[in-house]
Write a protein that binds this ligand. Structure first.
Ligand code: ZN
Length: 261
């Protein structure tokens, strides 16, 4: 699995595409859950192009199923806080080697320099019915916070049949619109950041009834040829290191927020 801390991800050149952040609630047919709400409402925004793609993905969902977005944009300050906190947690559990600590932390918290949420390019997302009731996905969004790391990988083994089916629906809809998953978190999808650079490899576009396991493994095995192509030009990309000034001023996360990424 290629993690966000992988040097090959960091090495990809990016530049800001200039797209503004837009309210997720303005996307037709998409629901926004308040559980990650921050004081400035950053969680409820994403790049305009990302939300256009989300609208496209929503059209690929079966009738009666909607996207429920948990979190979109995240400030650099909040991202760093989550990374530090999860790193502290692993250190307290006995992980002391510096490289190993960074690698394991990035399984569930991105280093700030490549953070997809800070670029406004990522969505933490699940499926719900038309009343907003979440569908069974085999584990909660951000389940690692409660120690349930087994259910988090997109291709987690041993999932109930309904969860496998729902994850497959999510994969089909999101990949049809060009999003790329983070294999260690089934709920995390991005486009236009270092990890979600288009074009999505053709092998990601798999029928819903096919196994998820080879899908993510193959992607991870060949990042240089597929998920992370080097490019000299092409579409504008987001630059996480330099959040737009309008979205980085005075935003603080409430102390009551969950403590891990
Ligand atoms: Zn995420």
């Amino acid at each position: 699995m290629i993690l966000l801390s992988d040097p090959r991800v960091l090495a990809l050149p990016v530049r800001d595409c200039g797209e503004p952040l837009t309210e997720i609630t303005a996307t037709p047919g998409v629901l926004l859950d308040p559980r990650e709400r921050d004081a400035a409402g950053a969680y409820g925004r994403a790049r305009t192009g990302v939300l256009n793609r989300l609208q496209q993905a929503a059209r690929a969902l079966p009738c009666g199923i909607r996207f429920l977005v948990i979190e979109g944009h995240r400030t650099a300050h909040e991202q760093q806080r989550r990374f530090d906190r999860y790193e502290d947690r692993l250190r307290s559990e006995g992980v002391t080697d510096r490289a190993e600590l960074r690698r394991r932390t990035s399984t569930f918290a991105s280093p700030i320099e490549v953070a997809p949420h800070c670029a406004g390019a990522a969505l933490d997302i699940t499926l719900a019915d038309t009343d907003g009731r979440e569908l069974a996905m085999g584990g909660a969004v951000n389940a690692h916070r409660s120690g349930d790391t087994a259910s988090c990988p997109l291709d987690a083994p041993g999932l109930p049949e309904d969860a496998r089916h729902h994850r497959a629906l999510l994969v089909r809809a999101m990949t049809s619109a060009g999003f790329v998953s983070y294999p260690s978190e089934w709920w995390h999808w991005s486009h236009g950041d270092r990890y979600g650079i288009p074009p999505v490899p053709e092998r990601l576009r798999r029928p819903v009834n096919q196994s998820l396991e080879p899908l993510t493994r193959r992607t991870a095995d060949h990042p240089g040829r597929s998920a992370f192509p080097r490019r000299a030009g092409g579409p504008a990309l987001h630059r996480p290191q330099e959040p737009r000034p309008a979205h980085r001023s005075g935003i603080r996360s409430p102390a009551s927020r969950p403590g891990v990424p």
